[in-house]
Design a protein around this ligand. Structure first.
Ligand SMILES: *[C@@H]1O[C@H](CO)[C@@H](O)[C@H](O)[C@H]1NC(C)=O
Ligand SMILES: *[C@@H]1O[C@H](CO)[C@@H](O)[C@H](O)[C@H]1NC(C)=O
Ligand SMILES: [Zn+2]
Length: 363
């Protein structure tokens, strides 16, 4: 019976094995064949799109996901609606992005299946030039989001935002005029050169992708070819592969974006982030979308022959962290897992609570 085999949580998963059911279905982020290292803080996944995100971080501090009033993502008004509201941001206050190509040498660009998303990190220097506008005169109250309150006559300067990593969500986390897109890219940046940001403030740039019935997006190809299907696994881009992040954004003349103050879209859901979401969607093919949904998919796992002793399985009670602890001893290898359903790693849209949403229109 299908319902009996689908285990909503690992606490029941252990019971599945114990009761000699052949296999159990695990949500993305809970697979027992995960290679992810154990870590402190509450376990979470996208199974309810964030509606159950109550927990604490590694230091025991409660997450802001449920208590916050400046959470992300949100349903963004479309450009026409924002124009009609007079929500435009002055052109001279636009954020500017420039990313050089990252060249792989075979061991400097990582494509990571974190169990929450597919994330790309680089180990060699990346001389990106991302400039965010802030007031010229700064004090301890100047924030990375101050540009949202600036008017035409304000004196401005810029601060440098350093990209740390980028990752993808399916479906898109932000909606535009109530519409989801199949995929959203998030480039996460840190800003440190503001008095209030010495410990690091964050700014995320979101890019939406729409489906195309034609060929693959060539600028996703190298990453997609290296997508690890197993949670916790890392693949290096092969030598001579290139990541042309610049080409995953709309061309500079088409960078119409919406900007607002929000949060991380995953626990701990920290607030105070400056968000930019590009309104012109980029392209993803059906085949590329399918591969991403498979990489974040639901897994049907069973213990391999010869490892299914009750004593062994019995250690797997309670939650996935106890499984992860055993992974270090090689138990992740005791499982055979295969994808049986597409996964979706997005957080549901959050309430706006009167926040300002501004449009950087095309000029
Ligand atoms: C590749 O780049 C990394 C990071 O810059 C470096 O540590 C490593 O030695 C390089 N490997 C090769 C094979 O050049
Ligand atoms: C597991 O063992 C059973 C019984 O010995 C056998 O029929 C089956 O083919 C084995 N499966 C695998 C994947 O080795
Ligand atoms: Zn994200």
């Amino acid at each position: 019976m299908a319902a009996a085999r689908l285990c909503a949580a690992l606490i029941f998963a252990a019971l599945c094995f114990l009761s000699h059911v052949t296999a159990c279905v695990f949500k993305y982020g809970t697979s027992p064949d995960s290679l992810e290292a154990p870590h402190a803080g509450t376990h979470w996944d996208h199974g309810l799109n964030g509606d159950d995100w109550t927990g604490v971080d590694a230091t025991g501090k409660p997450w802001a996901c449920m208590s916050g009033i400046r959470q992300s993502p949100i349903n963004l008004p479309n450009a026409e609606t924002l124009k009609n509201r007079g929500s435009n941001i002055p052109d001279k206050f636009r954020t500017r992005w420039s990313y050089p190509t990252i060249y792989s040498n075979g061991s400097n660009v990582e494509v990571i299946n974190t169990g929450h998303a597919i994330q790309i990190e680089w180990l060699s220097p990346f001389a990106a030039d991302v400039a965010i506008v802030v007031p010229a005169r700064q004090d301890s109250n100047t924030r990375i989001t101050s540009v949202l309150g600036m008017t035409e006559t304000d004196q401005a300067t810029t601060v440098k935002a350093t990209p740390l990593q980028f990752h993808f969500h399916t479906v898109s986390e932000h909606l535009v005029g109530g519409k989801h897109y199949p995929l959203e890219l998030h480039i996460v940046h840190r800003v440190t050169d503001l008095p209030a940001c010495t410990a690091g403030c964050f700014s995320v740039t979101g890019v939406l992708f729409e489906l195309t019935q034609s060929e693959d997006n060539p600028f996703l190809e190298a990453i997609w070819a290296a997508l690890p299907m197993r949670e916790g696994a890392i693949n290096y881009l092969p030598p001579d592969a290139e990541v042309r992040l610049e080409e995953l954004l709309p061309p500079p003349s088409s960078r119409e974006y919406v900007t607002y103050e929000g949060s991380l879209t995953t626990p701990p859901c920290s607030e105070g982030l400056l968000w930019h979401v590009m309104l012109k969607p980029q392209k993803i093919s059906m085949a590329q979308w399918t591969k991403y949904k498979t990489a974040v998919g639901y897994k049907d796992c069973s213990l391999k022959n010869g490892t299914a002793s009750a004593g062994n399985v019995h250690q797997h009670h309670h939650h996935r962290r106890s499984l992860a602890a055993e992974e270090a001893t090689g138990n992740a290898e005791d499982y055979d897992c295969k994808v049986v359903a597409y996964g979706y790693n997005y957080r549901a849209s959050q309430r706006l609570y009167g926040r300002a949403v501004r449009l950087a229109a095309l000029t």
